[in-house]
Design a protein around this ligand. Structure first.
Ligand code: HEM
Ligand SMILES: *[C@@H]1O[C@H](CO)[C@@H](O)[C@H](O)[C@H]1NC(C)=O
Ligand SMILES: *[C@@H]1O[C@H](CO)[C@@H](O)[C@H](O)[C@H]1NC(C)=O
Ligand SMILES: *[C@@H]1O[C@H](CO)[C@@H](O)[C@H](O)[C@H]1NC(C)=O
Ligand SMILES: *[C@@H]1O[C@H](CO)[C@@H](O)[C@H](O)[C@H]1NC(C)=O
Ligand SMILES: *[C@@H]1O[C@H](CO)[C@@H](O)[C@H](O)[C@H]1NC(C)=O
Length: 352
């Protein structure tokens, strides 16, 4: 059985770029962006890619604009809004064979994400979901330190159908999610061929209705992984529809406790204005939706990395005291092809 990890490995090996075959995508880009291929740096890569996919680009020097999964956007000319799956607006979460409404944006919303954290605290729904996403995508991208000290192994449900079975997600919603993951990677300078490999693997593993069971997480047993279960989703080869229940459209929750777009928008504006930067005092005592603003400890560092014949320029914010205003408009090298691909939404269009 060809699993997602095998597809990623084959795509890597078939690619024209010459890289040490032992380097997974996770290791390759950890080295490219942070030099030292440590568990902590691999985890930081996942934090940045997942957080950017969720709230849009927040790191100075982003090579492409990322709208964000939590923000309304477009896929293939259609409007998409996924927020109500995350804020408890829909009765769509699987809590023990019954659908319920759960707010997953209950611990600071976008602000901690823009600070490279999953949440303000570590006991919330937000913390649990987002750390699970770091772990899960770390496994998919084959981080060499996955499961070792500094990079916890995935501790969520390894069966993606189970997790998403009450959401009735369709190709447009799935396509938008995968598109934002791809654009997030592009915003950090990940090569187009590598993005297409990841998007293609996500498409093949999770975006095909009635897909037969596979193990996605190393060490997990084979399980049902189709997330796209709406009747509009393309049917998998060797489809096993009898293993899946009939998908039902989730009900609208009677009351929504979570943040609405009108609550997230001021956070995103504040992030865009550069008002959310790292300091020690900010995380303490912060409550959901609280704005935390200071620029006193921020500066930008420009790393220019040459790898595989292409130059990656990465501008990042670090916690170094500064006496002058940081140069927010630092040098950017944008590969024209990547901009063309991302700009035209071709990464997304490849998926349908
Ligand atoms: C390639 C596509 C996707 C992948 C790989 C993926 C992966 C995951 C993973 C690993 C979790 C954590 C599960 C756990 O903690 O046990 C999760 C949870 C969740 N996902 Fe997805 N997801 C995808 C698409 C989507 C889409 C399109 C939506 C729609 C809005 C969505 C909404 C959610 C929600 C609301 C949760 C929390 C559910 C819970 O904790 O019960 N996902 N997803
Ligand atoms: C890499 O790690 C080594 C040992 O931990 C350290 O001495 C070195 O400064 C690190 N290099 C970078 C670029 O962080
Ligand atoms: C998408 O939403 C915008 C803003 O609400 C609206 O003007 C536009 O007509 C919508 N487009 C489609 C294709 O539904
Ligand atoms: C969670 O946060 C508390 C308070 O900040 C801290 O004492 C504890 O070590 C943290 N636990 C984990 C698992 O990170
Ligand atoms: C996504 O899957 C469909 C089959 O359902 C396939 O036709 C399409 O080429 C795939 N896209 C990518 C980028 O792999
Ligand atoms: C996101 O990236 C785009 C394109 O580089 C840039 O114009 C925009 O200012 C960035 N947004 C944030 C919040 O950094």
């Amino acid at each position: 059985m060809i699993g997602l990890r095998q597809i990623l490995v084959s795509s890597l090996l078939l690619g024209a770029e010459v890289y040490a075959q032992t380097d997974s995508l996770c290791d390759k880009y950890t080295k490219a962006l942070f030099t030292n291929n440590t568990a902590e740096n691999q985890y930081t890569l996942l934090v940045k890619v997942v957080n950017t996919a969720l709230i849009g680009n927040y790191t100075a020097g982003a090579k492409v604009k990322v709208n964000g999964i939590l923000v309304p956007g477009m896929f293939m000319g259609q409007n998409v809004s996924l927020l109500h799956y995350f804020n408890g607006g829909l009765v769509s979460t699987n809590r023990g064979s019954k659908a319920s409404a759960v707010n997953f944006i209950d611990d600071g919303g976008a602000i901690p994400l823009a600070l490279d954290k999953p949440a303000n605290g570590n006991t919330s729904n937000q913390y649990k979901l987002i750390t699970h996403l770091y772990e899960f995508f770390g496994a998919l991208l084959q981080c060499s330190m996955y499961g070792k000290t500094g990079f916890p192994a995935y501790s969520g449900n390894a069966n993606m159908y189970d997790v998403h079975k009450y959401m009735n997600l369709d190709p447009t919603e799935m396509g938008y999610f995968i598109q934002e993951v791809g654009l997030s990677a592009a915003s950090f300078g990940v090569a187009e061929a590598d993005i297409l490999a990841v998007a293609g693997a996500l498409n093949g593993t999770f975006n095909q209705r009635c897909a037969p069971p596979v193990a996605v997480i190393p060490s997990a047993q084979a399980g049902l992984q189709a997330i796209c279960i709406n009747t509009a989703c393309p049917l998998a080869t060797s489809a096993m529809c009898s293993s899946y229940s009939t998908a039902v459209e989730p009900a609208t929750a009677t009351s929504t406790s979570g943040p609405q777009l009108t609550d997230l928008a001021p956070q995103l504006s504040s992030i865009a204005a550069g008002e959310v930067t790292k300091t020690e005092m900010m995380s303490s005592g912060a409550t959901s939706g609280t704005m935390m603003m200071t620029g006193s400890m921020a500066t930008t560092v420009t790393d220019v990395i040459t790898s595989g014949g292409s130059v990656i320029t990465m501008v990042r914010t670090t916690e170094v005291p500064v006496t002058s205003v940081p140069n927010a408009g630092a040098v950017q090298t944008v590969a024209p092809l990547m901009v063309a691909v991302a700009g035209a939404g071709l990464v997304g269009q490849m998926l349908l």
